[in-house]
Design a protein. Structure first.
Length: 464
């Protein structure tokens, strides 16, 4: 196997993500002023799922989606390809405000949404490489193992009884991770190809009669209208589904913080390497380090692995095409080789990055203001692939005025507050991730409890 070649001619850096083998030809832009019954801003998974369920519920609705680039340009086409049952928020904190039963139901609804994604993909003939393989979370230090046990105990308290701790030997039968001290498994997750899912869903909603305008960036949203350089779309209901790009809309710069996450993908690995690694079940893979890694084995036998890298750009700026700095690439390659030394020397074919939206209290929100007709969904803190589906069905019920189980979930109408102004925002986030890197190094010394550096950082950031 060859040495990694990123930084030398050959591998791709940026160009949105590896998940797009070819970048799609954009659909036409908004051709001047138009009107609709429902305007959706953003053709990522939140916007597309919402259009899908609204059109299913009421085929007479005139639904128009406005997208700044193309369907899946943002996190929906750049993520790690997990659709998991993780609730996008702090369950204990939400329970203190909304009650334990409401959070228990939210957890059940998230687990059910995993299967709903599978069902829709089958019904609409969307080939997104879906395998319901579950998630294996591993610990590589005693402190990580302690956190993993606490997380599994918490899962049981919140009704995820299928989550189980594994011995290192049991986990190694699934994936042979170097230095593993503990592991946990939950079945509530699917591995998928995110660009295939979002592009397939975009084609599906168009077949249903939804109008999708691309290269039509919305610069301002007001009651009854969404403004673009090409014209204004008027609608009594306007739903914002902009996730990590929300700060680009006038008046929303401090609403959600665009957190950066980066990924690499290897060349297809030979059979003899896979015999050493295992991973025959194609589980999604994560850890409990503060730096956090996430990975999957792709359909064509590559490893796609991600982590934080440069976490935040001053002024809530976002990238254009996903270009990653060389230091982040090197860190991700080092992580890959450390966790799976069987891959040492494997070529890295592609690196990219994207942004996910983080509310100030790290809990997602869905809502609709009936007086203004303005709605929103997002702030999924990195757990968006499944959350987008559940949020879209919640928005559908809100738009149609249906009092349902979904409209009573804790995130409906939740107000997480706003982020601090600059430069406090930049200093705080940068400091937070410096602290997490220090905490991981501190814990590597063998301590059995979470580093106090991370504990203090969590308290300052209000992170669950």
């Amino acid at each position: 196997m060859s040495t990694p070649t990123l930084g030398r001619p050959g591998p791709v850096n940026g160009r949105i993500s590896h998940w797009f083998s070819e970048l799609p030809t954009p659909r036409p832009s908004l051709p001047g002023d138009r009107d609709a019954d429902v305007c959706i801003v953003g053709a990522g998974l939140t916007g597309l799922w919402t259009a899908y369920y609204l059109k299913q519920a009421d085929p007479s609705l005139r639904i128009t989606i406005l997208e700044a680039e193309f369907a899946g340009f943002g996190a929906s086409g750049r993520n790690g390809g997990w659709a998991s049952g993780l609730v996008p928020g702090a369950r204990d904190r939400l329970a203190r405000t909304y009650g334990r039963d409401a959070v228990l139901d939210h957890q059940r609804a998230m687990n059910e949404a995993v299967d709903e994604i599978i069902a829709v993909a089958e019904r609409e003939n969307i080939d997104a490489d879906i395998v319901k393989s579950g998630t294996l979370r591993v610990a590589r230090t005693p402190a990580q193992a302690t956190r993993l046990r606490h997380k599994t105990e918490a899962d049981h308290e919140w009704g995820v009884t299928a989550a189980v701790m594994l011995t290192p030997e049991e986990a190694a039968e699934r994936i042979n991770i170097a230095g593993m001290t503990a592991a946990a498994y939950t079945p509530h997750c699917v591995r998928l190809q995110p660009a295939s899912l979002v592009q397939g869903l975009a084609a599906t909603v168009e077949r249903l009669g939804v109008t999708v305008y691309e290269k039509s960036p919305v610069t301002a949203i007001r009651t009854g209208r969404a403004s673009t350089p090409q014209g204004t779309l008027k609608a009594p209901v306007i739903l914002r589904a902009t996730e990590g790009f929300t700060a680009s809309v006038k008046g929303l710069r401090r609403t959600w913080l665009p957190m950066n996450s980066s990924m690499i993908v290897t060349e297809p690995l030979p059979k003899e390497v896979w015999q050493e690694i295992g991973w025959a079940g194609r589980e999604t893979l994560g850890d409990t380090a503060h730096g956090h890694l996430y990975a999957q084995r792709t359909r064509d036998d590559r490893i796609a692995l991600g982590g934080r890298g440069v976490p935040y750009r001053f002024g809530s700026r976002t990238d254009t095409d996903g270009h990653v700095d060389s230091r982040t690439i090197a860190q991700l390659v080092d992580t890959l080789y450390a966790v799976l030394p069987q891959t040492t020397g494997a070529r890295v074919d592609h690196a990219w990055c994207g942004v996910l939206a983080v509310p100030r209290d790290w809990s997602a929100t869905v809502g609709l203001d009936r007086d203004t007709g303005l709605g929103w969904a997002g702030g999924y803190v990195g757990h968006g692939v499944t959350s987008t589906n559940l949020a879209a069905r919640t928005l559908t019920d809100l738009v149609l005025g249906r009092d349902s189980r979904l409209t009573r979930l804790p995130w409906t109408g939740h107000r997480p507050g706003t982020w601090e102004p600059e430069p406090l925002r930049w200093l705080g986030v940068r400091g937070l991730y410096v602290a997490y890197r220090l905490a991981d190094r501190h814990e590597a010394g063998g301590r059995t409890r979470t580093s106090p550096i991370a504990t203090i950082a969590d308290l300052i950031a209000r992170r669950p």
